[in-house]
Design a protein around this ligand. Sequence first.
Ligand SMILES: NC(=O)c1ccc[n+]([C@@H]2O[C@H](COP(=O)([O-])OP(=O)(O)OC[C@H]3O[C@@H](n4cnc5c(N)ncnc54)[C@H](O)[C@@H]3O)[C@@H](O)[C@H]2O)c1
Ligand SMILES: [Zn+2]
Ligand SMILES: [Zn+2]
Length: 367
Amino acid sequence: MTLMTMPKAATQDRPGKSETQTMKALVYQAVGKKAVENRPKPEIAATTDAIVKIVKTTICGTDLHIVKGDLASCKPGRILGHEGVGIVDKVGPAVTAFKAGDRVLISCVSACGKCVYCRKQMYSHCTTGGWILGNTIDGTQAEFVRIPHADNSLYPIPAGADEDALVMLSDILPTGFECGVLNGKVEPGCTVAIVGSGPIGLAALLTAQFYSPGEIIMIDLDDNRLAVAKRFGATATINSTDGEAVAKLMKMTGDRGVDTAIEAVGIPATFEMCEQIVAAGGTIANIGVHGKQVALHLERLWDRNIDITTRLVDTASTPMLLNIFKSGKIDPKLLITHHFKFDKIMDAYETFGHAADTKALKVIIEA
Ligand SMILES: NC(=O)c1ccc[n+]([C@@H]2O[C@H](COP(=O)([O-])OP(=O)(O)OC[C@H]3O[C@@H](n4cnc5c(N)ncnc54)[C@H](O)[C@@H]3O)[C@@H](O)[C@H]2O)c1
Ligand SMILES: [Zn+2]
Ligand SMILES: [Zn+2]
């Protein structure tokens, strides 16, 4: 990243705040190891930065991948977390949309708004931003976080909004919607299958219903998550543990398959399942983060007129999702199963990491 530096005196600091304060933060220490550490409170490093005091944050499946050592870009010593809501503590002199005291939603993607990718609303590939929070720069699982490109990476919180629910708009709702529903071309009356009923698959399920698809079939190994999917509007569910999921889905769809097959797990078996269940003329929309090579069966698919899409969430849909949330047409709070205070964040990881036993979906961690 090449962010401009600036003299410290130019920041709009709040009176009475010390620059040498320390804070508690959840740090990825080594493969398999994380702990709460005392860290210096972040400071404004570029004129476009804001420092935000975290009010609520959460843990993403991606954080678990990082701790397992699956993500080479995130090095030991990093404060994790890329979701949350907070209160602006101070801003750099080039920040014009926010001021100290504003309550804000933090996007998991930081965007300059000016580079070639940002001009295409492909914020995830911003040349000085993208998904950097809790990855290549320190993240939100801390008392304070530095947000680069604050004007384009924060959103004002609507007055009186439920801030627990808003945490779901940092990452999972835009991810399910953009990578799954938009890329998957979900439209009225169409048939959709979502493979993976975790928070991301469920976010795709909630947002797919904006378009009134005729059928939404959820596939997972976990009966509890499938029961949740049923409550969230799935028209049918399939537990794929017995290896019969493809046969069952084909039977349900009169041997046609589905118009949209959304992959929301990130392993070869589930992508290959999407290849088997996509109907002629349909779309496979991949959301999962894949760490292993996956087979593309062109010997079966070459004449099927299908599209295959991939995407890193851009959060370009956040303003629209905020409007839908304000209208009450979607209740992201449905995804929240547990609450913890920040000093119990290690317990929150334990609960989230054992979702099959704890029935956890999203856990809220509050200051
Ligand atoms: N593309 C992006 O920008 C983006 C953003 C965020 C997350 N992701 C990825 O999306 C994926 C889903 O995220 P999540 O937080 O919901 O993960 P998760 O691990 O909580 O959920 C995955 C679900 O898949 C199910 N599953 C596992 N193996 C299965 C199988 N063989 N058949 C059917 N179901 C199976 C699990 O039971 C679980 O319910 C992950 O790979 C994550 O890294 C991608
Ligand atoms: Zn995430
Ligand atoms: Zn940019």
